[in-house]
Design a protein around this ligand. Structure first.
Ligand SMILES: [Zn+2]
Ligand SMILES: [Zn+2]
Length: 425
């Protein structure tokens, strides 16, 4: 029996418009009571002093880099970053070294993450080595702990192979996550194709590289009644496609990342590789369309696509690998760019960052009520803070929000009733 944890005086997101203060009692990893004047004898006490309490965030798109690239990040440093960002559950993408296309890699991730106290769900590759040629054994991997399947980092180039993967994922009851990129269109590109790629004199990645692949997968989902989840959507065209196929009844869902609703391609003019990721930052019009798609429910969830790279790897603008970190800035970016301008309510933002991805993954997370897992984030939505990369917990510092002042600061994170991050005094 773990000792109880009592959180005193918080405002629960989405309830009674947060006007009244509540206490939350946690015992043995579960929320046992929410109300006023609760007591938790003999247990730990957290004085929340009016902070917002929300269900721990669920990031269904994280690159842990472990096994194989621990100079960039390892499971311990990624989970420290997650806890500092209010994330208590995360889906670990399989493009590690070795690739998570066999159960031993899934086991390694599950075992190494256990001491962190966070809920780390490994995703398995859909094809062997993520090469797109031969389907993995979905049943073996699902039994071995795969919470989802994806070749993320690479698209599945063949439509026939994609269809086979969608069928296999449905058979084992796990989501299939599609990284949409038509490689012959994206070839050689490092930023969005258009004014910025021309000004920089570098190759561009056209919006169509994402959209033609998304259109293919959405059409397969509709034609065969097979679910697919489109990863990291970044363009107005992809948002319109997902909206249209949802209206047609296709069993599809999608996600975007904070950088696609807040930043645009003009940042790349600085020739700083921390503004390079795949898909790339797009135009201001795309940013507006992503926000609209978040507002009208076309985009189901917000994920980080946390992709650490060392400073040395990011030093050269043109040859640096794609990707940015995001676990410690996602909530603040959502508050700053979606809630404060009035695009989403705080409760809607939290839904897209917890309940919605939890539902898609079928995991016990994303709610804050008696009987739910005691995964809780306490934050001050009004506190301003400067993003200083060297102060972040991730081993890599490649954040595109560096030097920006964001609103919304995580103060304490609880996972399974245990405090995993705490700056409360
Ligand atoms: Zn991807
Ligand atoms: Zn990714």
């Amino acid at each position: 029996m773990a000792e109880p944890l009592l959180i005193k005086g918080c405002r629960i997101v989405g309830s009674s418009q947060g006007t009244c203060l509540s206490d939350i009692l946690c015992q043995d990893g579960v929320v046992t009571a929410i109300g006023q004047g609760l007591s938790g004898e003999g247990g730990a006490l957290l004085e929340a002093r009016g902070l917002i309490a929300a269900p721990g965030l669920v990031d269904m798109h994280t690159h842990l880099r472990d096994p194989g690239q621990t100079q960039k990040e390892d499971i311990g440093s990624a989970c420290a970053a997650a806890a500092a960002g209010g994330v208590t559950s995360l889906l670990a993408m399989p493009n590690t070294e070795p690739c998570a296309d066999e159960p031993s890699v899934l086991r390694y991730v599950a075992e190494k993450s256990r001491p962190t106290g966070l809920h780390v769900y490994p995703a398995a590759a859909a094809t062997l080595g993520r090469r797109g040629k031969e389907l993995c054994d979905f049943m073996l991997l699902a039994c071995g702990g795969a919470a989802a399947f994806s070749d993320d980092g690479s698209p599945i180039e063949s439509a026939g192979m994609m269809l086979a993967a969608m069928k296999a994922a449905k058979r084992v009851g796990r989501p299939l996550i599609s990284h949409c990129e038509e490689l012959t269109l994206a070839a050689g590109g490092i930023v969005n194709e258009g004014d910025v790629s021309r000004a920089l004199g570098v190759g561009g990645i056209p919006a169509a590289a994402e959209e033609v692949m998304a259109a293919r997968d959405l059409a397969l989902a509709r034609a065969y009644g097979l679910p697919v989840h489109i990863a990291h959507i970044s363009t107005a065209g992809t948002a319109a496609l997902v909206r249209a196929f949802k209206r047609l009844g296709a069993p599809v869902s999608c996600e975007t990342c904070p950088h696609y609703f807040s930043l645009d391609e003009s940042l790349a003019l600085s020739r700083d590789a921390d503004y390079r990721m795949n898909p790339p930052l797009r135009t201001k019009a795309d940013v507006g369309a992503i926000i609209e798609a978040l507002k009208d429910g076309t985009i189901d969830c917000i994920v980080t696509d946390h992709a650490p790279h060392t400073a040395a790897q990011k030093a050269d603008f043109e040859t640096a690998p794609n990707g940015v970190i995001g676990l410690e800035t996602s909530l603040a970016a959502g508050i700053t760019f979606l809630v404060r301008p009035g695009h989403l309510t705080l409760a809607q933002l939290i839904e897209k960052m917890s309940a919605s991805p939890a539902r898609l993954l079928g995991i016990p997370a994303g709610s804050l009520r008696p009987g739910a897992a005691a995964d809780i984030v306490l934050f001050d939505p009004d506190e301003k803070w400067l993003v200083e990369p060297e102060r972040l917990h991730s081993r890599s510092k490649n954040t595109p929000f560096k030097g920006m002042t964001l609103y919304g600061r995580v103060k304490c994170t609880v996972a399974s009733g245990r405090v995993v991050f705490n700056t409360l005094i």
